[in-house]
Design a protein around this ligand. Structure first.
Ligand code: SAH
Length: 567
């Protein structure tokens, strides 16, 4: 996950230089600039409050270059809710002050120190324990887990009140801290993976040094794992990951167990027995046989989970929506943040960006769809997190069907084991309809007028029947240089069933810079008003228009048909 990459949020052009200096501290962080005020940001946002709250709720660390008060007031409504609290900092526009506001346990003070060091100022750290000891005892580094937060707070208060402390077990990160250490102290910090009930004056910290190897998954897996750990007298927070053979990659029980235990799931090559499997995952570990399916490996140090086998690969086919960032669904935004590889037609990949340096972009020509789909599976089968980008919705004349076709044709188990997700987007017909009113407010028919992948005769037949059935019509791919006459012929067919006054909506580049929306009629429509970036919506016999106060026109198709109900 990339959640530790902060977002830098700025409100005015005057902050851009400081934001760029922050980017030197966090090279993968993106600068979010207010639309209309900031030129040259990495991302443009419209509404400060909504943007900040969305970032916060996604758990993204926030560095806002503005007054602390603005940030506090904006996030205040969210603070009563329980949940993850990402680091939030306010930084003065000129970099002269760095104020950690929220996320004490998420490492906000550490960030404040890093930024302040780069800006050569003193961070405004107000956390007593942190000030006194130079570390947040309640926020051990990755690879370690705190036992109990409430007990931990009491423990830190005791130390602040003057108690001394001793450290039991290996705590390399505390070597830098200024703790009041005394080998005879009553208070102790205990670091170890064994299950232990904390005594009154003890702070427990668990190294994540335990892996559970699962040969085959049965129901109740989380309970079995908990029981096995308990039997081996190991603490649950010391569990670093689950490991399973690659053949089990698509097993839903494993996936759910890893979610329930909140640990990553890694896969290693299948082996003849459980011990060999465990050895290949944690070569240096002490092995404890539990049941026929479960074995525990305990290492001396926290495990480097990323180096154990590999994760299940993921392939997400996403829809960007028509273009504007506000019309992209949050699930797609989250997927873009976690991706390691992005594939797609260059225009769409650019629209989905910017990407971090560690994210690989594979741009291809628009027509190489099957090749792109296969390439995506090859990457995902290696354990990468791959995105295939479409505009609008990926299932509407776009990549989702190509990706499924590639999978259907393949008998490679590694491809079938990939975690495949299709994430929807706002399709061009719906985005265009929304701007015009509700022209698709009743039954409608969606067609691509492209005869690249289907014979023109079938298009004519469908047009004829859909027009006869009095469905409103949405035409994708209405015209192109290689298909110059087809739209004219299509309109002739529709005109055989529909009056010249029938409302028509033309949406061009909807949701993108320079978008245009035009309302006309079937009788007045000519193919030269349409290009390949246009969506054509043709009304049914009931579609009507009326003036809107800004001088334009509303178009809608009533929900009823025949006689209006209740009249
Ligand atoms: N998957 C896309 C459609 C791809 S087909 C979707 O769901 O929207 C490409 C056609 O979609 C274009 O020829 C055009 O007719 C239409 N289109 C795509 N984006 C558009 C936009 N922003 N404005 C208007 N039409 C668009």
């Amino acid at each position: 996950m990339t959640h530790s990459t902060p977002a830098i949020v700025i409100l005015g052009q005057g902050s851009l230089a400081t934001a760029r200096r922050l980017q030197q501290v966090y090279p993968t962080a993106l600068i979010h600039g207010l639309g209309g005020r900031v030129e040259g940001a990495d991302r443009v946002y419209r509404e400060f409050g909504a943007t900040l709250r969305e970032l916060y709720q996604q758990g993204t660390p926030i560095i806002a270059l503005c007054a602390a008060g603005i940030v506090i007031r904006t996030l205040a409504p969210l603070l009563l809710e329980k949940g993850a609290e990402p680091p939030v900092l306010a930084v003065a526009e000129d970099g002269s002050a760095v104020v950690p506001l929220l996320g004490g346990l998420g490492g906000v003070n550490g960030m404040a120190r890093e930024i302040a060091a780069a800006f050569e100022v003193a961070p405004a750290i107000t956390t007593s324990g942190e000030l006194r000891f130079g570390t947040c005892l309640l926020n051990p580094p990755s690879g370690y887990a705190l036992g109990d937060l409430e007990a931990g707070k009491r423990f830190v208060s005791d130390l602040l009140a003057g108690h001394s402390v001793r450290v039991e077990g290996a705590a390399p990160w505390l070597a830098q801290a200024q703790l009041p250490e005394d080998p005879q102290a009553q208070h102790s910090i205990h670091v170890g993976s064994a299950e232990r009930v904390a005594t009154v004056n003890e702070l427990l910290i668990y190294p994540r040094s335990v892996a559970v190897i699962v040969a085959s998954a049965a129901e109740d897996l989380p309970e079995r794992i908990r029981a096995a750990l308990q039997e081996a007298q190991l603490a649950l927070p010391a569990l670093a990951c689950l490991v399973a053979p690659q053949a089990q990659m698509a097993c839903p029980v494993l996936r759910e167990a890893a979610l329930a235990l909140a640990v990553p799931l890694r896969f290693v090559a299948s082996a003849i027995d459980l011990e060999t499997l465990a050895r290949s995952a944690v070569p240096e570990g002490r092995l404890i046989a539990c049941t026929q399916e479960l074995m525990i490996a305990v290492a001396e140090q926290p495990l480097q989970v990323n180096l154990i086998g590999r994760p299940r690969g993921r392939l997400a086919v996403i829809g960007l929506g028509p273009g504007a960032a506000e019309l992209m669904v949050p699930a797609v935004k989250a997927e873009l943040a976690r991706a390691t590889d992005v594939l797609g037609y260059e225009t769409y990949v650019r629209m989905a960006g910017p990407f971090r340096e560690d994210q690989v972009q594979h741009c291809t020509d628009n027509r190489e769809e099957m090749q792109r789909a296969r390439h995506a599976f090859e990457l995902a089968a290696q354990g990468r997190s791959v995105i295939v980008v479409s505009s609008g919705d990926p299932g509407v004349f776009a990549m989702a069907a190509a990706v499924l076709e590639a999978l259907h044709e393949s008998d490679d188990p590694a491809w079938h084991n990939v975690d495949l997700q299709i994430l929807p987007g706002v399709s061009a017909s719906l985005a265009t309809a929304a701007q015009a009113g509700a022209p698709l407010g009743h039954d409608f028919c969606v067609m691509s007028l492209s005869d690249n992948l289907k014979p023109w005769s079938i298009i004519e037949k469908r047009l004829d029947l859909a027009a006869e059935a009095d469905l409103a019509l949405a035409f994708y791919n209405p015209i192109s240089r290689s298909r110059p006459w087809q739209l004219g012929r299509a309109l002739e067919i529709v005109a055989q069933h529909r009056a010249p006054a029938t409302p028509v909506v033309l949406g061009r580049d909807i949701g993108r810079p320079g978008q245009t929306l035009r309302i006309t009629t079937l009788g007045a429509l000519t193919p030269d008003q349409v290009d390949m970036r246009t969506m054509v919506l043709v009304g049914s016999s009931t579609t009507c228009t009326f003036p809107r106060s800004d001088g334009g026109e509303w178009v809608y198709t009533p929900r009823w048909y025949g006689e209006k109900p209740g009249t």
